[in-house]
Design a protein around this ligand. Sequence first.
Ligand SMILES: [Zn+2]
Length: 56
Amino acid sequence: MSMMISITCDGCDLTEDTSTSFEAGTNEIEAQLDEGWVHTSHSDYCPDCVKNGLAD
Ligand SMILES: [Zn+2]
């Protein structure tokens, strides 16, 4: 069983979709996303915004 995950960047509203196993934990889900995304307890940032320092 799988599910779609949609992550929206809080810096620029970029949205990225990925599918993952329903049984996967948070670490597995994050591993499905493109490298460079940063997830904090409140926000998600795409690689471009990370580069621009928004995730600091
Ligand atoms: Zn962004």
